[in-house]
Design a protein around this ligand. Structure first.
Ligand SMILES: Nc1ncnc2c1ncn2[C@@H]1O[C@H](COP(=O)(O)OP(=O)(O)OP(=O)(O)O)[C@@H](O)[C@H]1O
Ligand SMILES: Cc1cn([C@H]2C[C@H](O)[C@@H](COP(=O)(O)O)O2)c(=O)[nH]c1=O
Length: 688
C-alpha cells in the first residue's frame, strides 16, 4: 500500500522534473527556455488555487478508492501523451500540449492528494497513524524527489552510454523515456490501489448509505461546511495558522536563498548547500522527531516545532559564515519537518472522517499559495532592496534585504507558533518549556487538576484481586487515626447512580454492553462520582482514597477491549474535567494469582470472567502507564504480604500529608509505620 502511494509520489516528482525539462528542451535561447520551464511550474501550481478546495468537498462525497484509481489512470494517459504529441505534432503544438497536460495533471493531483491523506487514518490503527504519516512524508519529501532525480540522471547516462555519448545518435530522447516510465508508475499505482478495499471505508462513504430521508448536502454547501468547520474549530485554526507560518518562512528562505548565499561570500554552490541542508533537516525532523519527544502532547510538539523553525530562520541572518548558516538551516528544516508530521497526524486523528478530505485540501491548497507568494514576493523584495557591507574585523557583515527578510519571516513564524499554541494547547497551566525539558528527560508533565481547596487525591489501581480494597482500607484507617478527614471511595459504584451503572456493566446479562457503551458507562459513573463526591471532598481539604480511577479505563477498555487509548483518555479527561490524582498506587499482580484470590471470594463478575489474555493486556497497560510518569506512580509487587505493602504505602504517602493545627505530624507520629530504609523514596517499583 505505502509502495503504491510512494509510486504515485515518485510519479509526481519525476513528472514535474521531466515535463519542465521537456518543455525547456523544445525551445532555444535562455529566455525562452526559462519561460517554458517556469510556465510548467506555474501550470502545476495554478489549479491548486482554483480547484483545491472544491476537490476536498468532492473527496468527502465520493468513494476515495475509485477517486484515486481514476486519477492515476488519467495521469497515466496524460503523461504518456506528452512525448506522443511531440512525435506527431509541430514544436509549438508539443510545448502547448505539455503545458495543457501539466495543468490537467495538477488538477487530477488535486483530487488524488486529499483522497490519499483522508484515507490514511482509516487504513491504520490510531496509535500507528504517526508512524504511517512519517513513512509517507519521508517517501514524499525525502526519498522520492531524490529517487526522481537519480532515475532521471541515471536514465540519461544510460541512454547516452548506448550511443557512445553522442546525443545526435539517440533514437529516442531520454526525457521521453522518463515520461513513459513515469506514466507507467501511475498505471501500476492505479492497479494496486484498486485492490485496497479499506480505502473506500470512512464516514464520507457510509453517509451516503446513512439514514433514509436525510438529504446529502450539495457540493457548494459541503465546501462551505468544510470552511466553517476549519474556522470554528480551534485545533484546525491553530494547525492551519502554524502550517502557513512555517511555509511562509520556508518560502522566504528559498526566495532569498541565492542572494543570502552571495552575502555569505558564496555562489550557486553555497545556495545548493543551504537548500540541501534544509532538506536534510526536514527529513531528520520527520524521521527522528517522534522518538525525541516521545510522550509530549502532539499539539505542543507541533507549536514548539514551528517556534524552533522560526527561531532558526530569525537567527540565520546573523550568520557571518557558511559554517554557522548550515547548522541553522538544518535546524530550520528540522522544525519544519517535525511540524509537518505532527500537523498531518493531528489533522488525521482529530478531524472527523466526513470532513477530512476538505480540511486536507484546504490546508494543501493554502500552503501552496502561501509558498508560491512568499517565494515570489521575497525574491522580488530582495532584488529591489539591495544591501551593503559592514566591516567586522575578520568578516564583513552583509547588511542586506535578504537578511532583513529572513529576520522578519523568522519572527513571523514565531508569532504564528504563539498564536497556534494559544488556539490549541491541551495542557493549560503546564509551562511549555518545563514540559519540554521534562519530556526530553523521559516523561511529560501531568495536567494539574483544576482544584480549589488543598485536599489530597490518592488512587489505587491494579488488576483483579491485587489487594486494592485491602490496602485502600488500611491506608484510610491509618489516615483517619491521624486525624485527617478521609473519604474512602471507589469506581464504579460509589454513588446511588453509580451503583445502578455498576450493575449495568458488571452483572451477567444477555444484553451485555458493547465495548464503546461499556467505556461510556464507566465514564458516566466517573463524571458523576468526581462531581458529587471527589471534587467537593478535595475542596473541603479532605484526603480522597479511591479504589480505581482513569487508569482502569485505559487498561480495561483501552488495552483489554482494544479501543483507542487516546479516545479513552480524552473521554476520561472530559468526564473528570481534567482531575488528575496526586498519587497513583499500582498494585501489580500476575493475573493468575489475582484471579485465584478473587475466585476464592465467590462468583466472578462479567469483567473478572474475561480471558487470561485480556487480563494480561490489562496488566501490561497499567505498567506502561506507570512508566510514563514515575514520580506520580508507586508500583508495588502485590504478591508481597498485605502488611509489607501497607508499610510501603505509608512511607510514600507520609511526605504528602500537610501538618494541620491539632493534627500530629504524620512523619514523626507513628514510628512503627515507617519501613526501615525506605523513607521519602520516589521509587517506581518497590517490594519486589
Ligand atoms: N497481599 C495479599 N496477599 C494475599 N492475599 C491478599 C493480599 N491482599 C489481599 N488479599 C486477599 O485477596 C482477595 C482480594 O483482595 P481485595 O478485595 O483487596 O482485592 P481487589 O484488588 O480490591 O479486588 P477487586 O479487583 O475485586 O476489586 C481478598 O480475599 C484478600 O483478603
Ligand atoms: C473503574 C473501572 C473498572 N473497570 C472494571 C475493573 C473490574 O473488573 C470492575 C470493577 O470491579 P472491582 O471489584 O470494583 O474492582 O470494573 C473497568 O473496566 N473500567 C473502569 O474504568
Amino acid at each position: 500500500m505505502w509502495l503504491t502511494f510512494g509510486l504515485s509520489s515518485l510519479g509526481d516528482w519525476l513528472g514535474l522534473l521531466a515535463t519542465s525539462l521537456f518543455a525547456a528542451g523544445q525551445v532555444t535561447g535562455s529566455t525562452a527556455k526559462g519561460l517554458a520551464f517556469g510556465g510548467v511550474v506555474v501550470a502545476r501550481l495554478l489549479p491548486t488555487i482554483v480547484l483545491g478546495p472544491l476537490a476536498g468537498a468532492f473527496v468527502d462525497r465520493f468513494d476515495r478508492r475509485l477517486t484515486m484509481v481514476v486519477c492515476d489512470l488519467i495521469r497515466f494517459v496524460l503523461f504518456a501523451s506528452i512525448p506522443l504529441v511531440a512525435v506527431v505534432g509541430s514544436v509549438p503544438v508539443a510545448v502547448v500540449w505539455a503545458l495543457i497536460a501539466t495543468f490537467a495533471i495538477e488538477v487530477v493531483g488535486m483530487f488524488w492528494n486529499p483522497a490519499k491523506e483522508a484515507s490514511v487514518p482509516n487504513l491504520v490503527p490510531r496509535e500507528q497513524l504517526e508512524a504511517a504519516n512519517q513513512l509517507s512524508l519521508i517517501a514524499t519529501y525525502g526519498v522520492t524527489p531524490l529517487l526522481a532525480v537519480a532515475i532521471g540522471a541515471g536514465l540519461n547516462r544510460f541512454l547516452l552510454s548506448l550511443v557512445q555519448d553522442d546525443p545526435t545518435r539517440l533514437a529516442i530522447n531520454p526525457n521521453d523515456v522518463a515520461l513513459y516510465l513515469n506514466a507507467l508508475t501511475f498505471l501500476v499505482a492505479a492497479l494496486v490501489t484498486a485492490t485496497i478495499k479499506e480505502i473506500s471505508t470512512g464516514e464520507g462513504r457510509l453517509r451516503r448509505s446513512g439514514p433514509a430521508g436525510v438529504p446529502e448536502p450539495s457540493l457548494p454547501t459541503a465546501l462551505l461546511d468544510g470552511w466553517k468547520y476549519a474556522g470554528r474549530t480551534p485545533l484546525v485554526r491553530g494547525l492551519v495558522l502554524g502550517i502557513l507560518g512555517a511555509f511562509a518562512a520556508g518560502g522566504v528562505v528559498v526566495g532569498v536563498g541565492q542572494f543570502f548565499a552571495v552575502g555569505l561570500g558564496g555562489g550557486d554552490a553555497t545556495f545548493y548547500l543551504l537548500f540541501g541542508a534544509l532538506f536534510v533537516g526536514l527529513a531528520g525532523g520527520m524521521a527522528f522527531g517522534p522518538s525525541l519527544v516521545r510522550g509530549l502532547s502532539r499539539r505542543r510538539w507541533f507549536c514548539a516545532s514551528i517556534g524552533l523553525s522560526g527561531f532558526a530562520v530569525a537567527v540565520l541572518p546573523f550568520s557571518l559564515h557558511l559554517t554557522m548558516a548550515i547548522p541553522l538551516t538544518v535546524l530550520a528544516g528540522t522544525g519544519a519537518g517535525m511540524a509537518y508530521l505532527a500537523g498531518t497526524t493531528l489533522l488525521g486523528a482529530e478531524v472527523p472522517d466526513a470532513m477530512r478530505g476538505r480540511v486536507f485540501a484546504f490546508v494543501q491548497s493554502t500552503v501552496r499559495v502561501v509558498l508560491l507568494l512568499s517565494i515570489a514576493v521575497s525574491s522580488l523584495l530582495v532584488g529591489i532592496g539591495g544591501g551593503r557591507k559592514i566591516p567586522l574585523g575578520a568578516f564583513d557583515l552583509d547588511l542586506s534585504a535578504a537578511r532583513l527578510l529572513l529576520l522578519v519571516s523568522g519572527v513571523l513564524a514565531i508569532v504564528a507558533s504563539v498564536f497556534s499554541f494559544r488556539a490549541m494547547d491541551d495542557k493549560p497551566g503546564v509551562p511549555l518549556f518545563r514540559d519540554l525539558y521534562s519530556t526530553l528527560r523521559g516523561h511529560s508533565l501531568p495536567v494539574p487538576g483544576d482544584r480549589s481547596g488543598d485536599g489530597l487525591f490518592i488512587v489505587f489501581e491494579g488488576g483483579e484481586g491485587a489487594g486494592k480494597s485491602t490496602q485502600a482500607r488500611a491506608l484510610s484507617d491509618w489516615l483517619t487515626a491521624r486525624g485527617f478527614e478521609v473519604v474512602a471511595t471507589r469506581e464504579p459504584g460509589a454513588t446511588p447512580l453509580g451503583r445502578q451503572i455498576r450493575s449495568l456493566i458488571l452483572d451477567h446479562s444477555d444484553d451485555a454492553p458493547s465495548a464503546r457503551s461499556e467505556a461510556l458507562l464507566y465514564a458516566a459513573d466517573r463524571a458523576h462520582h468526581v462531581a458529587t463526591v471527589i471534587r467537593p471532598a478535595l475542596e473541603r481539604g479532605a484526603i480522597v482514597v479511591c479504589d480505581r480511577y482513569i487508569d482502569s479505563s485505559l487498561a480495561y477498555q483501552g488495552a483489554g477491549r482494544d479501543l483507542a487509548p487516546e479516545d479513552i483518555e480524552w473521554l476520561s479527561r472530559w468526564a473528570t474535567a481534567e482531575l488528575v490524582p496526586d498519587l497513583v498506587i499500582l498494585l501489580d499482580v500476575d493475573p493468575s494469582i489475582g484471579l485465584t484470590r478473587v475466585g476464592d471470594r465467590g462468583a466472578v463478575d462479567r469483567l473478572e470472567a474475561e480471558s487470561r489474555e485480556f487480563h494480561e493486556r490489562v496488566r501490561r497497560a497499567f505498567l506502561d502507564r506507570a512508566a510514563t510518569d514515575p514520580r506520580r506512580y508507586l508500583v508495588l509487587d502485590a504478591g508481597s504480604s498485605a502488611a509489607m505493602l501497607s508499610d510501603r504505602i505509608k512511607v510514600r504517602v507520609a511526605p504528602l500529608l500537610k501538618v494541620r493545627p491539632g493534627v500530629p505530624d504524620p512523619e514523626s507520629a507513628d514510628p512503627e509505620s515507617a519501613a526501615p530504609g525506605a523513607e521519602g523514596s520516589d521509587v517506581s517499583m518497590e517490594a519486589r
